[in-house]
Design a protein around this ligand. Sequence first.
Ligand SMILES: Nc1nc2c(ncn2[C@@H]2O[C@H](COP(=O)(O)OP(=O)(O)OP(=O)(O)O)[C@@H](O)[C@H]2O)c(=O)[nH]1
Ligand SMILES: [Mg+2]
Ligand SMILES: [Zn+2]
Length: 337
Amino acid sequence: MPADQVIADGRVSRVDRGMCDVLTSRGTVRAQWGPDILHAVRQDPAALPSVGDEVLLETQGDQIWLTHVVPRRNAVTRASVAPGSSHQQVLAANIDVLAICEPCQPTPAEGRIERLLALAWESASHPAVLLTKADLSPDLAGTVESISRLALGASVIAVSTPDGIGLDEVQELTTAGQALALLGPSGAGKSTIVNALLGSEAMPTSHVRDDGKGRHTTAHRELVQLDDGSFIIDTPGLRSIGLSTSDGLDQAFADIVELSYGCHFNDCAHETEPGCAVLAAIERGDVPPRRLDSYRKLLREAAYQERRGDARLQAEERARWKSFSRQIKQQTRRNRP
Ligand SMILES: Nc1nc2c(ncn2[C@@H]2O[C@H](COP(=O)(O)OP(=O)(O)OP(=O)(O)O)[C@@H](O)[C@H]2O)c(=O)[nH]1
Ligand SMILES: [Mg+2]
Ligand SMILES: [Zn+2]
């Protein structure tokens, strides 16, 4: 080991091409991927260090290398948007609480909340729903109540940053060393919440356009540490987020799953079957028909992504086998007398 080599640990706060910022006990440093990282990424793009990753650094002279990523406790991933790719994209790693930000104005998009709740359950981070811009809601109590009904098992918090409402509750979602990631559409007020909790204008925020939709202001995922020692991750507004597995859907739609145990047929599709407990609940007005549609849509989408993932694994397996048999052939040829 060279004499000037120093090893430190930290948490990735921002990723750029081939480099990242890492928050260490001595402040933020800029590090480059070490050779082991590059090798791992060639095998699996999900091995690319991501915001929230706990990492080891090695300093040699002026150069800081990121040499090791501590195995992730969990990761928030989405189906890759790249055409032809079925890899998952890691949005953030080691997330304790996934805060789904949905503005009260225009009315909260229930389907989008359900989708992100499934993503949170799938990633094994605890979900919270932040109903942002609460000051603009014409019926805040009604909105909180209706969203609480669909956000089973999640805390639902109304937040208004200009009025300072809900911010303490958001801060209390995590304790020192834990990480909270904010996810939601552009203009929801994610960066404004980070700035309010930080007590500084560290994150750029924007003005909403006339049509009420936000312009994309935040361009990078970024982790910052709050005074209480917890971490908060700001992310760019999401246009679309694909589920890569169906793993979180049973929890996100626990009410429908629970009801389906009462269906007459074990394989009931809750369409026209007699003795369907889900349809009976819809009939009674206990479950909105929209919610069953949303569940079906997400199940179909996740099944498609899972099939794509399987096809990719099979293709990789075939490629490995081809290269192996080529090596064997070459070896046999070489060994011929
Ligand atoms: N009325 C009201 N406006 C808010 C609130 N929070 C944020 N805003 C405004 O909403 C606009 C968008 O806020 P941002 O924090 O930039 O939104 P963002 O979610 O970070 O958007 P992206 O970075 O594009 O994803 C800004 O003009 C904020 O001032 C709020 O609680 N109430
Ligand atoms: Mg932002
Ligand atoms: Zn049924």
